[in-house]
Design a protein around this ligand. Structure first.
Ligand SMILES: NC(=O)c1ccc[n+]([C@@H]2O[C@H](COP(=O)([O-])OP(=O)(O)OC[C@H]3O[C@@H](n4cnc5c(N)ncnc54)[C@H](OP(=O)(O)O)[C@@H]3O)[C@@H](O)[C@H]2O)c1
Length: 212
């Protein structure tokens, strides 16, 4: 598939490497393509462009920008370039104020997630929340002693979730679909939980598993 990744941070780079590893074509989008020149020189199979160029390139998109800038980045990408496409939404609504005893603060409430806000503004895009509840270093084919981890996802469009489920299979995850966009109210805070052992004990290597 052709994958357009909006973002230039740790998540974008980790997922870009994963997509290339699994044979996909990738373009990373950023406000300043020039700043990725050195990275691009070492990642020859990945193109770099603007947010709009990456969004136009991809059949499937990944949103991996700072949560508070997500809507701005999507506006720059251009709603026409998003229409009808699955968008893996990795973002978390992390506030600029510091964590309290290792617990991040969010700028959203438990009655409205960031993904719902984005879905409401970009009505023709097909957002799927995924990869937000795990660190960038363990997103692609992670090996854990206790077996395959679970990626908890949600989104309004069934076909988009199926496409993302296929990617998750390739990336070594089992998928637990929690339903429509409102489930992001519960999935986004999993990021807070995931980060606590990191902030308290420098333990950043774990993932969630749903047992049945
Ligand atoms: N880091 C992790 O391990 C991790 C794990 C799970 C989920 N997440 C979530 O994934 C997202 C990406 O995280 P990250 O750590 O890779 O990167 P990040 O530092 O949170 O964000 C960097 C990206 O945000 C963009 N950005 C910042 N301000 C902007 C603005 N005003 N307008 C447009 N774009 C703007 C930057 O654009 P430019 O390229 O133009 O500078 C850059 O691409 C975040 O929402 C984060 O909460 C992170």
């Amino acid at each position: 598939m052709k994958i357009g990744i909006l973002g230039s941070g740790a998540v974008s780079k980790s997922l870009a490497a994963g997509f290339v590893k699994h044979g996909h074509a990738v373009m990373l989008g950023t406000r300043q393509p020039a700043k990725l020149a050195e990275w691009a020189a070492h990642n020859l199979k990945t193109d770099v462009g603007t947010f709009a160029e990456a969004a136009a390139f991809g059949d499937l998109l990944v949103l991996a920008v700072k949560g508070s800038a997500a809507a701005e980045a999507l506006r720059a990408a251009g709603p026409a370039n998003l229409a009808g496409k699955p968008i893996i939404d990795t973002t978390n609504p992390i506030a600029d104020t510091p964590p309290v005893n290792g617990v991040l603060r969010f700028f959203t409430s438990l009655d409205e997630s960031l993904m719902e806000r984005l879905q409401r503004e970009f009505v023709d895009a097909r957002f799927v929340k995924a990869f937000n509840s795990v660190g960038s270093s363990v997103m692609v084919n992670p090996q854990f002693e206790d077996g395959k981890p679970t990626m908890i996802i949600c989104g309004n469009d069934e076909a988009a979730k199926k496409s993302v489920g296929g990617i998750l299979d390739q990336f070594g995850w089992e998928t637990a679909d929690m339903g429509k966009a409102e489930a992001a109210r519960a999935i986004e805070p999993l990021c807070m939980l995931w980060c606590i052992p990191g902030f308290l004990r420098q333990d950043w290597r774990h993932a969630f598993k749903l047992l049945r």
